[in-house]
Design a protein around this ligand. Structure first.
Ligand SMILES: [Zn+2]
Length: 416
């Protein structure tokens, strides 16, 4: 077990509105065991010099798709589950270098369970990478956002979508997710932008369908995340007992009040809208998305400003996979551009995301918590863009990335 002393210039603890420090953190094995102005120096401890940096809990991205590549979705969906899991592993490891030590995968398009296999391999240390929490599939009505059959000609009935159109079939799909190891249930109750043949402004579940889905998940102890767009969709998801609203593209003030009262989290995926705007102007947005996004983009941005101005619980999520993982770190800047304070954006990616995921031993720098930490030069509260300059990443006490200047003494772990 490695023992490390981190000498930190400044600390963001995951909960506070300000930075503290200088401070030291003693890590023994996978846990933080001491934090203070100066900590014990066990004889075999390695010292890591982050005195010129701000140290934060490891970032959490609560909405990724490690096995769905929007750039080639129709073809890539046909790959084997093992091909998807291996590619997903490579992406997850690369993404961790940006500071993301925990990811929630929000669904694959595969008849089997490649993200569950990947999560299990990571959890037992068979492979190295971020911790992973998964919603295996995207349960949807026919003609809903999760019905990917529209990418193919009707003569091909490919088993790439988890679709259901009555209460019995919805229950069976939820129960199947539980049987084969999904942590979360993911569903879509409105259309989306990249999918063919649906509309984000329209609700695709009847109330009784949404309710039977959440009731079945509740019976099995599974939280529900809902891809949603139209304000009526946001309200339906909240009424039915969803734990998180994903995107909430067209949410209104009344739905935000409901979310606040019900304690529902919003994962607003704001960077994706910037990516889509760039693609729209470059004429590279897929044709099925153009009419919907052209109609809605101003309203999406105004909904994002409403979200930022509300006091609803906001968690960091990107939808990476639908755009390149290399841009996922820019969600911090998109959040601040929409009106969040830098401190709230940082909490969204640390303590609030951990709370959403019901992981009480990550997301905060405190004694007893997992030693998941990142460091960046500069002050992220003064300039949020320094989050894109993370150059030190530790997960469960192990260093995955470090500037050459930081490492001293023995046990020199992996450097850049
Ligand atoms: Zn998604």
């Amino acid at each position: 077990m490695t023992v490390s002393v981190l000498r930190c210039g400044k600390l963001f603890d995951g909960l506070s509105d300000g930075l503290t420090g200088p401070a030291e953190i003693l890590v023994d094995g996978d846990r933080i065991v001491e934090i203070g102005a100066s900590v014990r120096r066990p004889p075999d401890a390695q010292t890591i010099d982050l005195s010129q940096r701000t140290v934060s809990p490891g970032f959490i991205d609560t909405h990724v798709h490690l096995t769905m590549d929007a750039a080639v979705l129709a073809q890539q969906t046909l790959a084997s589950p093992s091909a998807k899991a291996l590619k997903g592993l490579s992406i997850a490891r690369e993404y961790m270098r940006y500071g993301f030590t925990t990811l929630r995968d929000m669904g694959c398009a595969d008849p089997e369970f490649p993200t569950v296999d990947l999560r299990n391999a990571l959890a037992v240390g068979l492979v190295e990478g971020p911790r992973l929490i998964v919603a295996a599939h995207i349960i949807s009505a026919s003609a809903g956002h999760g019905d990917l059959r529209g990418f193919y000609a009707s003569r091909w009935d490919l088993p790439v979508s988890a679709i259901a159109d009555d209460a019995g079939a919805i229950k069976a799909l939820v129960r199947r997710e539980h049987t084969f190891g999904s942590d979360w249930i993911k569903t879509t109750n409105t259309g989306g932008y990249f999918s063919p043949g649906d509309d984000p402004a329209r609700v695709t579940w009847f109330d009784e369908e949404m309710n039977v889905l959440t009731a079945t998940a509740r019976q099995l102890g599974m939280p529900v995340a809902v891809h949603t767009g139209a304000a009526d969709g946001c309200k339906q998801a909240i009424r039915s007992g969803a734990r998180s609203l994903e995107h909430a593209y067209l949410i209104d003030a009344a739905a935000l009040t409901m979310a606040k009262e019900a304690g529902v989290y919003v994962v607003p995926t704001m960077q994706m809208t910037r990516e889509d705007l760039t693609a729209l102007h470059a004429h590279t947005l897929p044709c099925q998305a153009v009419w919907k996004f052209t109609r809605d983009n101003e309203q999406i941005l105004s909904s994002q400003r409403l979200i930022a101005a509300s006091d609803v619980k906001i968690a960091y999520g990107t939808d990476c996979g639908m755009f390149p993982f290399g841009h996922g770190i820019l969600e911090f800047q998109a959040m601040v551009a929409a009106g969040l304070t830098p401190a709230r954006a940082l909490k969204a990616a640390t303590s609030v995301a951990a709370e959403l995921l019901q992981q009480d031993d990550i997301g905060v720098l405190a004694v007893g918590k997992h030693a998941d930490m990142v460091a960046m030069p500069g002050d992220p509260l003064a300039d949020i863009s320094v989050t894109a300059k993370v150059d030190f990443v530790m997960k469960s006490g192990r260093v995955y990335r470090s500037p050459a200047s930081a490492l001293r003494l023995r046990n020199s772990p992996t450097a850049d």
